[in-house]
Design a protein around this ligand. Structure first.
Ligand code: FES
Length: 116
């Protein structure tokens, strides 16, 4: 995986929310979100996984970027998969890991907002 292929690859030092999940294969993914008026102003992901994991993370980030949180919650593994027609059967779990990590970061934002 070449991180320079991905526009949203990396970590943020002071995000409004973040999440990390280890997938069933042992690969990890992280998502970092910055919000403005409940819209995703900036999004980054990081993974130590294979190329498909990176492609799925980048696709999830692209689908989430600029969306209101209510719309971003609609980003699913199925949507990610649809954007990657060549995603092999044995890497579908990569799209699930990307969607799950994004969802956890959205939940983190909602939780932090509820306690401030
Ligand atoms: Fe592990 Fe893609 S191979 S998440």
């Amino acid at each position: 995986m070449d991180p320079s292929d991905f526009q949203h690859f990396g970590r943020l030092n002071d995000p409004d929310s973040c999440a990390a999940i280890k997938g069933v294969c042992g690969d990890e993914m992280e998502f970092y979100l910055v919000f403005r008026n409940d819209c995703i102003h900036d999004v980054r992901f990081y993974t130590d996984g294979c190329e498909y994991t990176g492609i799925c993370g980048e696709t999830a980030a692209k689908l989430a970027a600029g969306r209101h949180i209510d719309d971003a919650m609609g980003v699913s593994a199925a949507m990610i998969r649809k954007e990657i027609p060549g995603l092999p059967e044995d890497h579908i779990h990569c799209s699930i890991l990307a969607a799950m990590t994004l969802m956890k970061a959205l939940a983190d934002y909602l939780y932090r907002k509820s306690i401030t």
